[in-house]
Design a protein around this ligand. Structure first.
Ligand SMILES: Nc1ncnc2c1ncn2[C@@H]1O[C@H](COP(=O)(O)OP(=O)(O)OP(=O)(O)O)[C@@H](O)[C@H]1O
Length: 234
């Protein structure tokens, strides 16, 4: 089983302490809701786990992945995939963006074809295949970016605010894709600065508060429970 483990980490930008965490474990089959206020460090944590940044202190290691090529300096890069809040799209149309992603796939030819069909269907991109990626709306861009990741069938995937600023239809499509990825045992770390329905898919919560990351288990119905408490408190 693939996993990323962070031990005794501290992240600073200059003098400023962003957060510390004793032990974080992100495994396949985990679906984790990462919560924290704006600026608390959610994106930074994801970049650390993706190997795009290094912690100021502590260790982050990847287990269970194929061996890293000798020419790669950082053994974390390329393990847990990170999908940015404002994804980068390649110049060209939607179909080209999908085909380019396929080049990095390790799947068999048959499975690649199947995933291409399901990606287009789930993200409702069929009518947009010839559209220039630069002209897509925010929601369509996110759907395309998630479809590209879908093609790669990642073991671990981090989604940075995947449904913020989306209309209801795009939100539902993205939630559906995330739910399917969960069923395929992709480990998911999903960030949000506000409550969202995605928490219902999650079995664990990481919270960044007072410069510390704490973890707790979530059980089915947790969101319903939370809502009940809010109503009772009001
Ligand atoms: N490379 C950097 N150098 C200095 N400060 C940085 C750097 N990257 C991020 N920061 C700062 O660290 C803080 C945390 O940023 P980060 O983007 O991780 O927060 P976030 O929780 O994802 O926020 P949001 O919910 O608004 O997306 C911010 O105050 C940001 O300005």
């Amino acid at each position: 089983m693939c996993s990323i483990i962070a031990s005794d980490i501290e992240m600073r930008f200059g003098e400023r302490l962003l957060f510390t965490a004793e032990h974080l474990r992100f495994r396949q089959q985990d679906v984790i809701y990462l919560q924290g206020d704006n600026g608390s460090g959610k994106t930074t944590l994801m970049k650390l786990l993706a190997g795009l940044l290094r912690p100021s202190r502590g260790y982050i290691v990847a287990n269970g992945f194929a061996k890293t090529s000798w020419w790669r300096k950082d053994s974390l890069l390329g393990k847990a995939l990170y999908l940015h809040q404002h994804p980068y799209l390649f110049e060209g149309n939607v179909g080209y963006n999908l085909q380019l992603a396929q080049r990095y796939s390790r799947l068999s030819v048959v499975e690649r074809r199947q995933r291409m069909t399901s990606a287009i269907e789930l993200a409702k991109l069929d009518k947009l295949l010839k559209a220039n990626a630069a002209t897509l709306s925010g929601g369509e861009r996110q759907r395309l970016a998630l479809a590209r990741v879908w093609l790669l069938k990642p073991s671990l995937l981090m989604l940075d605010e995947p449904i913020s600023n989306m209309d209801r239809v795009s939100q539902q499509l993205v939630c559906q894709m995330i739910s399917e990825l969960k069923q395929q045992h992709t480990g998911l770390l999903i960030s949000s600065h506000q409550d969202s329905e995605l928490i219902q898919l999650c079995n664990e919560r990481w919270q960044i508060k007072s410069q510390q990351i704490t973890t707790s288990q979530l059980y089915p119905g947790t969101q319903a429970e939370l809502n009940r408490h809010h109503v009772a408190a009001d």
